[in-house]
Ligand binder design. Structure first.
Ligand code: MN3
Length: 203
Protein backbone atom coordinates (compact mmCIF):
# COMPACT_ATOMS: atom_id res chain seq x y z
CA UNK A 1 0.00 0.00 0.00
CA UNK A 2 1.27 3.45 -0.86
CA UNK A 3 2.47 5.78 1.87
CA UNK A 4 -0.10 8.43 2.76
CA UNK A 5 0.81 11.70 4.38
CA UNK A 6 -0.86 13.08 7.49
CA UNK A 7 -3.43 15.70 6.53
CA UNK A 8 -4.05 18.83 8.59
CA UNK A 9 -6.85 18.59 11.17
CA UNK A 10 -7.56 22.32 10.81
CA UNK A 11 -7.82 25.10 8.22
CA UNK A 12 -4.66 26.57 6.70
CA UNK A 13 -5.22 29.86 8.52
CA UNK A 14 -5.99 28.28 11.91
CA UNK A 15 -2.46 28.78 13.27
CA UNK A 16 -2.33 32.50 12.48
CA UNK A 17 -0.70 34.73 13.55
CA UNK A 18 1.96 32.21 14.57
CA UNK A 19 2.17 30.38 11.24
CA UNK A 20 0.49 31.99 8.23
CA UNK A 21 -2.07 30.33 5.96
CA UNK A 22 0.01 30.45 2.76
CA UNK A 23 2.97 28.78 4.46
CA UNK A 24 0.74 26.05 5.91
CA UNK A 25 -0.90 25.43 2.54
CA UNK A 26 2.30 25.24 0.49
CA UNK A 27 4.15 23.33 3.19
CA UNK A 28 1.49 20.67 3.57
CA UNK A 29 -0.01 20.43 0.07
CA UNK A 30 3.19 20.92 -1.96
CA UNK A 31 6.31 20.14 0.07
CA UNK A 32 4.93 17.28 2.17
CA UNK A 33 3.00 15.87 -0.80
CA UNK A 34 6.16 16.07 -2.89
CA UNK A 35 8.21 14.05 -0.40
CA UNK A 36 5.40 11.52 -0.18
CA UNK A 37 5.07 11.12 -3.95
CA UNK A 38 8.81 10.71 -4.44
CA UNK A 39 9.01 8.13 -1.65
CA UNK A 40 6.17 6.16 -3.23
CA UNK A 41 7.76 6.31 -6.67
CA UNK A 42 11.07 5.05 -5.26
CA UNK A 43 9.64 1.96 -3.58
CA UNK A 44 6.65 1.10 -5.78
CA UNK A 45 6.54 -2.40 -7.23
CA UNK A 46 9.41 -3.48 -4.98
CA UNK A 47 9.68 -5.47 -1.76
CA UNK A 48 10.54 -2.17 0.01
CA UNK A 49 6.95 -0.98 -0.34
CA UNK A 50 5.94 -3.56 2.29
CA UNK A 51 8.03 -1.98 5.04
CA UNK A 52 6.90 0.78 7.39
CA UNK A 53 8.64 4.13 7.09
CA UNK A 54 10.18 3.56 10.53
CA UNK A 55 11.66 0.27 9.30
CA UNK A 56 12.96 1.77 6.05
CA UNK A 57 14.68 4.69 7.77
CA UNK A 58 16.13 2.35 10.39
CA UNK A 59 17.79 0.17 7.74
CA UNK A 60 18.89 2.72 5.13
CA UNK A 61 22.28 1.08 4.59
CA UNK A 62 20.55 -2.17 3.62
CA UNK A 63 18.61 -0.50 0.82
CA UNK A 64 19.87 -0.76 -2.77
CA UNK A 65 22.11 2.13 -3.85
CA UNK A 66 19.64 3.38 -6.44
CA UNK A 67 16.93 4.19 -3.89
CA UNK A 68 18.94 4.81 -0.72
CA UNK A 69 19.36 8.58 -1.13
CA UNK A 70 15.77 9.04 -2.31
CA UNK A 71 14.42 7.16 0.70
CA UNK A 72 16.73 9.07 3.04
CA UNK A 73 15.64 12.48 1.71
CA UNK A 74 12.01 11.87 0.78
CA UNK A 75 11.23 9.10 3.26
CA UNK A 76 12.80 11.31 5.90
CA UNK A 77 10.72 14.24 4.67
CA UNK A 78 7.58 12.11 4.68
CA UNK A 79 8.12 10.95 8.28
CA UNK A 80 9.33 14.30 9.63
CA UNK A 81 6.36 16.20 8.23
CA UNK A 82 3.91 13.56 9.46
CA UNK A 83 5.32 14.19 12.93
CA UNK A 84 5.36 17.97 12.54
CA UNK A 85 1.86 18.42 11.14
CA UNK A 86 0.26 15.91 13.51
CA UNK A 87 1.64 17.73 16.55
CA UNK A 88 0.42 21.23 15.67
CA UNK A 89 -2.88 22.64 16.92
CA UNK A 90 -4.71 25.97 17.00
CA UNK A 91 -5.74 25.29 20.62
CA UNK A 92 -2.45 24.70 22.37
CA UNK A 93 -2.17 24.20 26.11
CA UNK A 94 0.63 25.72 28.19
CA UNK A 95 2.76 22.61 28.17
CA UNK A 96 2.94 18.89 28.86
CA UNK A 97 1.19 17.26 31.78
CA UNK A 98 1.40 13.92 33.56
CA UNK A 99 4.11 11.42 32.76
CA UNK A 100 5.51 13.40 29.82
CA UNK A 101 5.91 16.47 32.04
CA UNK A 102 7.70 14.42 34.70
CA UNK A 103 10.00 12.78 32.17
CA UNK A 104 10.88 16.14 30.60
CA UNK A 105 11.68 17.53 34.05
CA UNK A 106 13.78 14.46 34.84
CA UNK A 107 15.74 14.80 31.62
CA UNK A 108 16.13 18.59 31.40
CA UNK A 109 15.59 19.80 35.03
CA UNK A 110 12.54 21.90 34.16
CA UNK A 111 10.14 22.60 31.31
CA UNK A 112 11.73 26.04 30.89
CA UNK A 113 15.19 24.48 30.55
CA UNK A 114 13.80 21.99 28.03
CA UNK A 115 12.25 24.82 26.01
CA UNK A 116 15.50 26.72 26.01
CA UNK A 117 17.59 23.73 24.93
CA UNK A 118 15.13 22.71 22.21
CA UNK A 119 14.93 26.28 20.85
CA UNK A 120 18.71 26.53 20.89
CA UNK A 121 19.06 23.29 18.91
CA UNK A 122 16.54 24.57 16.35
CA UNK A 123 18.22 27.97 16.06
CA UNK A 124 21.68 26.43 15.85
CA UNK A 125 20.96 23.99 13.02
CA UNK A 126 23.02 25.47 10.17
CA UNK A 127 20.99 25.64 6.97
CA UNK A 128 18.03 23.33 6.42
CA UNK A 129 17.07 20.78 9.01
CA UNK A 130 15.15 19.95 12.14
CA UNK A 131 15.31 19.83 15.91
CA UNK A 132 13.70 16.87 17.65
CA UNK A 133 12.72 15.61 21.05
CA UNK A 134 13.32 11.87 20.85
CA UNK A 135 13.66 8.68 22.88
CA UNK A 136 16.86 6.66 22.65
CA UNK A 137 17.12 2.86 22.96
CA UNK A 138 17.10 3.18 26.77
CA UNK A 139 13.85 5.12 26.58
CA UNK A 140 15.60 8.33 27.67
CA UNK A 141 14.45 11.66 26.27
CA UNK A 142 17.02 13.79 24.46
CA UNK A 143 17.15 16.74 22.09
CA UNK A 144 18.95 16.61 18.78
CA UNK A 145 19.26 18.67 15.61
CA UNK A 146 19.51 16.97 12.22
CA UNK A 147 20.41 18.34 8.77
CA UNK A 148 18.17 18.11 5.70
CA UNK A 149 15.42 15.50 6.23
CA UNK A 150 17.42 13.23 8.52
CA UNK A 151 15.53 11.79 11.48
CA UNK A 152 16.29 10.07 14.79
CA UNK A 153 14.52 7.11 13.13
CA UNK A 154 17.78 6.67 11.18
CA UNK A 155 19.46 5.93 14.54
CA UNK A 156 16.59 3.59 15.42
CA UNK A 157 15.39 6.15 17.97
CA UNK A 158 11.87 7.53 18.21
CA UNK A 159 11.17 11.24 17.64
CA UNK A 160 8.03 12.42 19.48
CA UNK A 161 8.19 16.13 18.61
CA UNK A 162 10.00 18.10 15.93
CA UNK A 163 10.33 21.58 14.48
CA UNK A 164 11.04 22.13 10.82
CA UNK A 165 13.64 24.89 10.38
CA UNK A 166 13.87 24.75 6.60
CA UNK A 167 13.21 28.27 5.30
CA UNK A 168 10.06 26.99 3.51
CA UNK A 169 8.56 26.51 7.00
CA UNK A 170 8.75 30.18 7.95
CA UNK A 171 10.20 32.48 5.30
CA UNK A 172 6.97 34.10 4.03
CA UNK A 173 6.10 35.40 7.49
CA UNK A 174 9.44 35.64 9.26
CA UNK A 175 12.03 36.00 6.46
CA UNK A 176 15.46 35.62 8.09
CA UNK A 177 14.11 35.75 11.65
CA UNK A 178 14.20 32.06 12.48
CA UNK A 179 14.27 32.79 16.23
CA UNK A 180 10.88 34.54 16.02
CA UNK A 181 9.38 31.55 14.23
CA UNK A 182 10.79 29.19 16.87
CA UNK A 183 9.31 31.38 19.62
CA UNK A 184 5.92 31.35 17.85
CA UNK A 185 6.04 27.56 17.46
CA UNK A 186 5.55 27.14 21.24
CA UNK A 187 2.03 28.58 20.84
CA UNK A 188 0.79 25.89 18.44
CA UNK A 189 2.03 22.64 19.97
CA UNK A 190 -0.40 19.79 20.56
CA UNK A 191 0.91 18.44 23.88
CA UNK A 192 -1.75 15.74 24.04
CA UNK A 193 -0.55 14.32 20.74
CA UNK A 194 3.07 14.47 21.89
CA UNK A 195 2.11 12.66 25.13
CA UNK A 196 0.44 10.01 22.94
CA UNK A 197 3.65 9.69 20.87
CA UNK A 198 5.63 9.40 24.11
CA UNK A 199 3.38 6.65 25.42
CA UNK A 200 3.59 4.69 22.15
CA UNK A 201 7.37 5.06 22.01
CA UNK A 202 7.69 3.57 25.50
CA UNK A 203 5.51 0.57 24.73
MN1 MN3 B 1 9.21 21.28 5.64
Amino acid sequence: MAFERVKLKFAFDALEPHIDAKTMEIHSEKHHQGYTDKLNTAVEDSEWADYSIEELLGMLEDLPDDIQTTVRNNGGGFANHNLFFSTLTPVSSDGPTGELKESIEDAFDSFEDFKEEFSKAAAGQFGSGWAFLALDEEGELYITAKPNQDSPLMDNHTPIMGIDVWEHAYYLNYQNKRADYIEAFWNVIDWEKIAENFEKAQA
